[in-house]
Design a protein around this ligand. Structure first.
Ligand code: BGC
Ligand code: CA
Length: 352
C-alpha cells in the first residue's frame, strides 16, 4: 500500500523535501502577487433612478472617468452603482448594505431630500464620507458632519438663464413671440418632481427675470410632470386642447419634459412655428431640437463636471488628503458647477 502511495505521489521521483520547497515557493509567489495588487478605491453610488436621462448619463460619465483614472493614479477604482427606483426605503437599505460592506466613499443621489439627516448619521457612525449630488439636502443636514458634501449646480442660475432666453426673444422677436399681440407674455410651466430644489427654484426664477424686466407675464397653467417626457406629453395634449394657440412660451424644468411637448405637438399635428420652448440640461436630443429650431433654448446642466468632481472628491478622501487641494470647496461642504445658456448662437456650426 505504502509503495502504491509513494508511486502515486511521486511519479516523477520528487522527494518530500522538494515538494515542501515547491509549496513554499508557490505560496511566496502568491503573497508577492497579492502585495503587487494596486490599492482599490471602492465607491458606492446610490442613484434615485437610473431611468432618469440626466442621471443616467452622469453615471456613465462617472464610470468612464473612473476607468480612465485607474491607470493614471495607479489604483483600482471600483464603482458599485445601485438604483433606488424612486423609493427612499429601497435606498436606505442599499446605503446600509454599502456601509456594512465598508465602502470607502458613498455618493448619494438621494430620493427624498428630507431623508438626508439619517443617512449622514449612519455614514458618520461608520466613518465613511458621504457625497450627495444633484438632489440637495438642506444646509443644516449637510452641516451635521464634516465629511458630508454636496456636488451640484446652483438651481437659481438655471432658472435665471431660462428667463433670460425668453426675455431676449421677447425683446428682439416680439412679433413672433406675442402670438395674440396683446403685449402680455402668456406662458405655461412644466414642473419637475415636487420638492426637488430645481423644480421649486427654476419655476420661480424663470418668471421673475421677466417681471423684474418690467414685462407683463400671464401664467395660463402649470403642473408637475415629474421630469418625465411621457407625462409632459400627456399634460401638453390636455393644455393644447384648453389653451391651444394662446400658449406663447413653455418653460420646462428639464429637457425631457420639453421634448415631451414636442412629441405631443407633432402627434397633434400642431402647426409650426411652435411656441417658444425652453428646457434645462442640454441633453443630446434637446441640443438637436435647439439646432433644428424646434426648441428655442436650453441650459447646460454640467453632469460631466458633477461626475468629475465626485471622482476627485472620492480620490482625495480615500487618500486622506484635504479635498480643497483638488476641488473648489465652498464652506467646506459644497462644490458648485455653473450652468450655461444654450441657444442656436451657442451651438457649433451656426456660422455666427
Ligand atoms: C435635472 C433633471 C433630472 C433631475 C433629477 C435635475 O437637475 O435637470 O433632468 O431629472 O435633476 O434629480
Ligand atoms: Ca400675448
Amino acid at each position: 500500500m505504502k509503495q502504491k502511495i509513494r508511486k502515486y505521489c511521486f511519479p516523477l521521483g520528487i522527494s518530500a523535501a522538494a515538494l515542501v520547497l515547491l509549496l513554499v515557493a508557490v505560496f511566496a509567489v502568491f503573497l508577492f502577487k497579492k502585495e503587487q495588487q494596486p490599492p482599490t478605491l471602492r465607491v458606492g453610488v446610490a442613484v434615485y433612478s437610473q431611468e432618469d436621462t440626466f442621471i443616467h448619463s452622469l453615471v456613465q460619465d462617472f464610470e468612464q472617468m473612473a476607468h480612465q483614472r485607474e491607470s493614471e493614479e495607479g489604483i483600482r477604482i471600483n464603482l458599485n452603482i445601485v438604483d433606488a427606483k424612486s423609493s427612499q426605503l429601497i435606498q436606505n437599505e442599499q446605503i446600509e448594505q454599502l456601509i456594512s460592506l465598508d465602502y470607502d466613499v458613498l455618493c448619494v443621489n438621494i430620493v427624498d431630500r428630507t431623508a438626508a439627516a439619517s443617512l449622514i448619521d449612519w455614514a458618520s457612525e461608520a466613518g465613511i464620507p458621504v457625497v450627495f449630488f444633484n438632489r440637495q439636502p438642506v444646509r443644516e443636514d449637510l452641516l451635521r458632519w464634516e465629511n458630508a458634501y454636496y456636488v451640484g449646480a446652483p438651481a437659481e442660475q438655471s432658472g435665471i438663464l431660462q428667463g433670460q432666453i425668453a426675455l431676449e426673444l421677447w425683446q428682439n422677436e416680439r412679433e413672433q413671440v406675442d402670438r395674440n399681440g396683446d403685449g402680455i407674455l402668456q406662458y405655461v410651466i412644466l414642473e419637475g418632481e415636487p420638492g426637488h430644489q430645481d423644480t421649486l427654484i427654476r419655476t420661480e426664477k424663470c418668471v421673475q427675470v421677466l417681471t423684474d424686466a418690467g414685462i407683463r407675464a400671464e401664467k395660463l397653467v402649470s403642473d408637475s410632470a415629474n421630469w418625465s417626457r411621457e407625462q409632459a406629453a400627456v399634460k401638453t395634449t390636455q393644455w393644447w386642447a384648453d389653451y391651444g394657440a394662446e400658449i406663447e412660451v413653455v418653460f420646462a424644468n428639464n429637457d425631457d419634459m420639453a421634448l415631451g411637448v414636442l412629441d405631443a405637438l407633432s402627434e397633434l399635428g400642431a402647426e409650426e412655428p411652435y411656441p417658444i420652448i425652453i428646457g434645462v440640461d442640454a441633453t443630446r436630443e434637446a441640443l438637436e431640437a435647439v439646432q433644428s429650431g424646434k426648441m428655442s433654448g436650453t441650459v447646460l446642466n454640467d453632469g460631466t463636471g458633477i461626475a468629475q468632481a465626485l471622482l476627485e472628491l472620492s480620490l482625495s478622501l480615500y487618500q486622506g488628503e484635504n479635498p480643497a487641494g483638488r476641488v473648489d470647496l465652498e464652506d467646506g461642504h459644497y462644490i458648485w458647477l455653473p450652468y450655461r445658456q444654450v441657444t442656436q448662437k451657442e451651438l457649433p456650426g451656426d456660422g455666427s
